[in-house]
Design a protein around this ligand. Structure first.
Ligand code: ADP
Ligand code: MG
Length: 581
């Protein structure tokens, strides 16, 4: 269903068109008409299904000329980022509506500016509960004119402890009002809010379509610092996608990376918020018609981009927010097509951040080695065979004349074709960056992995137990409990066995650290007991089984579901190692 099938004003349809939205999402189809009629709504739908527009469009549409001077719609969001984003999107919907003034209020930003904006007659106010309360108490936000209150991500707001603020806001807003609540989950606390503050709400629940994240095969590559661009070039060359998106965190990075890729001969273009609308449209059109194969983008610029059939998404920079990860990779594999998402990782910290994303999205993200030259050559050869076999080029007479001439000079057809093919392959492989073969994975990490001890200046005298230590270390590093070994608590200090190659990371992330309220200093343990063979052979036995039995550390995060398709593409390391000699 298209937006123009609803009875929306022409100004709104224009704005939605400019955003590049075509079809409505399910939650939008179901909520927008009901909200426009003024009903209370409880909406449930997954992340990334367009809830902002689901409530934002009716909000913008409902503002009347009489409401020009004060707040009519209040939208509560759990974080300042979400408030800012929602405000930005609502402003876009309101682009051609002069009577709508949206304003975001959130903590950690200048109060004066927000007061100014409110005074200038903001009629859609988007804010975090705490700051909204602040403005209500100062009377800089007046509730008399409010007729719609929307709670976005209500469950998240409750989780964050905003219950009291929300309740006091709701009880102060005039009772004659529309109350709307969007939430990913419906715990009892939300039901209670609904009972207490809504009247005959319409319940809208969208079954989670597995579409997005589930159908997308997700991989990551670990590359050395400073080699991400090379890695990207190699991957683009190896897989030669018709259509790929590459995400960066900054506009500057988008520009630099695009320039690099273009210089290396890729059909790449960049898009970010500094481009003028006309440039954006040009870039988008060339990406849609496949003139541009690689679109480099920031998260903000990518919002609202809906190009179907994107083969792969690259996270050149790790997204700053777990939600962004879902939004980014959701670009590929649309409409039931399997897509692939690749994330480039440098350093331990990013690895753990990715692990966190995997946990949050409940996705499996598997490690792949960077393809080596032999492997890329194989891919290129396969592609060339396919290309020639499927060519509908009809050679004309002159081509055969060339072959005849060559034959006269003693070069037969086979030789001639082989020369052309190898020249083509050589040029395709020329100048490709190379990566060292990764070391074979250590089996189960701890077995055989070299360990050292770290020393914490806290001990029995502070009444600490091993699980306090382990908990604090896991918390500070994001590593798994199983990564830590034997914990020995002495009177005034404690030693913990850790994998040697994680030492720097651990020291880096644990200073400063507090355990049980005591500041703790973590150092490498110098009083080495390397002669104590018995001790070393205990091989990381953990004194506590709180975290369950140790499992072998896998190169994939998250829930193992199915074998990855790239198993076909990339022979496993052992086979490749053998082939090489
Ligand atoms: P949610 O709040 O449900 O997680 P958002 O409102 O943040 O989802 O929307 C996710 C992304 O989808 C945004 O980039 C938004 O601009 C885009 N989007 C929303 N509705 C549509 C639509 N009908 N067509 C295309 N893109 C859309
Ligand atoms: Mg949202």
């Amino acid at each position: 269903m298209h937006f123009n099938e609803l009875n929306l004003s022409e100004e709104l349809i224009r704005a939605v068109d400019e955003l590049g939205f075509e079809e409505m999402t399910e939650i939008q189809q179901q909520s927008i008409p009901v909200l426009l009629q003024g009903h209370d709504v409880v909406g449930r739908s997954n992340t990334g299904t367009g809830k902002t527009a689901a409530f934002g469009i009716p909000a913008v549409e409902s503002i009347t000329e009489d409401e020009k001077r004060s707040a009519a719609v209040l939208i509560l969001c759990p974080t300042r980022e979400l408030a800012m984003q929602a405000c930005e999107e609502i402003r876009k919907f309101a682009k051609f509506k002069r009577s709508v003034k949206a304003c975001a209020v959130y903590g950690g930003a200048s109060m004066e500016r927000q007061i100014m904006e409110l005074k200038r007659g903001a009629n859609i106010v988007i804010g975090t509960p705490g700051r909204v309360m602040d403005h209500i108490r100062r009377r800089t936000l007046k509730l008399e004119g409010l007729r719609t209150v929307i709670l976005d991500e209500a469950d998240e707001m409750l989780n964050m402890g905003f219950r009291e603020d929300i309740e006091s806001i709701l009880s102060e807003v005039p009772e004659e009002r529309q109350t709307v609540l969007f939430s990913a989950t419906m715990p009892p606390e939300i039901m209670a809010l609904t009972e207490k503050y809504q009247s005959e709400p319409v319940h809208i629940k969208i079954k989670s379509s597995q579409k997005t994240v589930e159908l997308i095969q997700q991989f990551y590559f670990q590359v050395a610092m400073g080699r991400k661009t090379d890695a990207l070039k190699l991957l683009l060359a190896a897989y030669s996608p018709d259509s790929a998106m590459v995400f960066c965190n900054t506009k500057k990075m988008v520009d630099e990376l695009t320039e690099e890729l273009v210089k290396s001969g890729f059909r790449a273009a960049g898009i970010h918020g500094d481009l003028k609308q006309i440039q954006r449209t040009q870039v988008m059109n060339s990406f849609k018609n496949r003139t541009t194969a690689v679109l480099v983008a920031t998260d903000v610029a990518a919002r609202g981009i809906d190009v179907s059939g994107i083969d792969m998404v690259f996270n050149y920079d790790l997204p700053q927010d777990n939600e962004y990860y879902i939004h980014r990779i959701g670009r590929t594999g649309r409409a039931g097509l399997a897509g692939k998402a690749f994330t480039l990782i440098t350093g331990r910290k990013q690895l753990y951040a990715l692990k966190d994303i995997a946990r949050y999205t409940k996705a499996e993200i598997s490690e792949l080695p960077m393809p080596d030259k032999a492997y890329v050559a194989k891919l290129k050869t396969d592609a060339l065979v396919k290309e020639i076999a499927e060519m509908d080029e009809r050679p004309d007479a002159s081509a055969f004349a060339v072959l005849d001439k060559l034959a006269e000079n003693g070069i037969d057809y086979r030789e001639a074709a082989a020369r052309l093919i190898s020249a083509r392959l050589r040029s395709e492989l020329a100048g490709l960056p190379e990566f060292e073969m990764p070391k074979p994975l250590k089996k189960g990490k701890r077995n055989g992995a070299k360990t050292v001890r770290i020393d914490l200046n806290i001990g029995r005298n502070k009444r600490i137990a091993p699980n306090f230590i382990l908990g604090a270390l896991v918390d500070a590093t994001g590593m798994s409990g199983q990564d830590f070994g034997k914990i020995d608590i002495f009177d005034s200090h404690t030693t913990v066995e850790v994998p040697e190659d994680e030492t720097d990371f651990i020291l880096d992330s644990t200073n400063p650290m507090k355990i049980n309220g005591h500041p703790v200093e973590v150092k490498l343990y110098k009083g080495s007991d390397k002669n104590n063979k018995k001790d070393r052979d205990r091989d990381f036995e953990r004194p506590h089984s709180k975290h369950g039995k140790p499992d072998r550390r896998r190169a994939a995060f998250g829930n193992k579901k199915k074998t990855d398709m790239f198993g076909d593409y990339i022979p496993d390391r052992k086979k490749r190692m053998k082939k090489r000699h």
